[in-house]
Design a protein around this ligand. Structure first.
Ligand code: RFL
Ligand code: PHB
Length: 389
């Protein structure tokens, strides 16, 4: 088998890259470890930056997002009982779109089917070969048989637990990591959202987030110790704890119902440099992870794809390799800015087991800056909507 660009991983990065390249006449094969149903069953991010919305339009997957997504012009943060509103549109002229990663992924699969793109699912033992030589290729097993895919380039879109990043030699690769001492327990419920915009709550009992997918589908999270398991949390226990972490007058409006999904995600900041090695390029979670607090993970992954797709199109169309040569350095600039934002919001809004009275004062000063300073609100809004990254 031969293709121009072999894409490892059929999550949002891999699918969008395949979509943009196919539309430019460049051949791709996507190799995905899981079934399509499994990929579509994962509940993850919910917020799209303005630039992500534009990119999905360019890829011809914007129609349902515009019909069913919900533009938001701001969000709330709390400091115990105090509600602080940041109006993104007033502060920086942009907003965000509430539209789940699951829906983005579904739209990408549908668009890929329409143009007849090649996806191989349930592949195992993916291995990358000759990354700096003349014959880059990927080997893998599918249906009990071994296969070889020859290509010009390999793009690792296989997430944090993928194999692509590990194909970069250890003496070349540099990893940076911060593991946070808590996770997020999230539930999805068919209930009306608590408010018209998201609420990020800093409460003495810990962080909580009220998010949503649509007027009858809510997504709620609470900070939990890393040792907690899903079985420890009945729906009732979740709702009780969530209610206690919201300001009293907001909590009074909470509509509860059975959870239709429940999961715990650990929080981590991670960056692996470089994002290119020979014929291998990395996109998205394969190269970097951010805690979900800033809603950056999916957006950052798709920003990589925007850069890399343009560079690959310039390579094939005009023989211009400057974009490929600059890809790693350019992508990492945005990555580090998003890592800083996600880390700083995480630090401002969670209760850390080792925080003392001093750390708490720092949180209060930062939250009060958002309440009182146009400049602080603008900085936050620019990062959250992505225009300042
Ligand atoms: P993905 O979505 O992880 O997709 C990678 C794909 O590669 C496949 N794969 C392989 N395929 C072939 N061979 C292998 N060896 C492979 N190893 C892995 C996987 O099956 C998968 O289909 O990465 P991508 O495309 O870069 O997209 C990134 C986003 O998914 C990610 O940044 C966000 O979802 C992060 N994230 C969240 N971000 C937010 O902004 N808000 C959230 O609420 C939020 N919740 C989450 C999250 C990430 C989570 N993960 C990764 C554990 C919740 C979870 C649980
Ligand atoms: C979500 O709706 O899943 C969500 C929204 C905002 C975040 C994280 C997760 O910062």
């Amino acid at each position: 088998m031969r293709t121009q660009v072999a894409i490892i991983g059929g999550g949002p990065s891999g699918l969008l890259l395949s979509q943009l390249l196919n539309r430019a006449g460049i051949g791709t094969v996507v190799l995905e470890r899981r079934s399509r149903e499994y990929v579509l069953g994962r509940v993850r991010a919910g917020i799209l930056e303005a630039g992500t919305v534009d990119l999905l339009e360019q890829a011809d997957v914007g129609a349902r997002m515009h019909a069913e997504g919900h533009p938001h012009r701001g969000c709330y943060l709390t400091d115990d009982q105090q509600m602080i509103h940041v109006d993104f549109t007033e502060s920086c002229g942009e907003g965000v779109m509430v539209y789940g990663q699951t829906e983005v992924t579904r739209d990408l699969y549908d668009a890929q089917d329409r143009i007849g793109a090649t996806h191989l699912h349930q592949v195992d033992n993916v291995a990358l070969h000759d990354l700096t030589g003349d014959a880059p290729h990927v080997t893998f097993d599918q249906g009990g048989k071994g296969h070889r895919l020859d290509c010009d380039m390999i793009v690792g879109c296989d997430g944090f637990h993928g194999v692509s990043r590990l194909a970069i030699p250890e003496d070349v690769r540099r990893d940076y990591e911060r593991v946070y001492p808590f996770g997020w327990l999230g539930i999805l419920s068919e209930t009306p959202p608590l408010r018209d915009e998201l609420i990020y709550a800093n409460h003495p009992r810990g962080f909580a987030l009220a998010s949503m997918r649509n007027p009858m589908l809510s997504r709620y999270y609470i900070q939990v110790p890393l040792t907690d398991r899903i079985e420890d949390w009945s729906d009732d226990a979740f709702w009780d704890e969530f209610r206690r972490r919201m300001p009293d007058d907001v909590a009074a409006d909470l509509v509860t119902g059975p959870s239709i999904e429940k999961s715990i995600a650990p929080l981590r900041s991670f960056v692996s440099e470089p994002m290119r090695w020979g014929h291998l390029f990395l996109c998205g979670d394969a190269a970097h992870i951010v805690p979900p607090t800033g809603a950056k993970g999916l957006n950052l992954a798709l920003a990589d794809v925007r850069l890399l797709s343009a560079a690959l199109i310039a390579h094939y169309r005009d023989g211009d390799d400057s974009g490929l040569d600059e890809y790693s350095a350019q992508a990492l600039e945005r990555v580090w800015r998003a890592v800083r934002f996600s880390w700083s919001v995480t630090t401002m809004i969670h209760r850390f087991p080792d925080h003392d009275a001093f750390d708490r004062r720092m949180q209060q000063v930062e939250l009060q800056a958002l309440a009182t300073s146009d400049t602080a609100r603008r900085l936050f809004a620019e990062c959250y909507t992505g225009v300042g990254l």
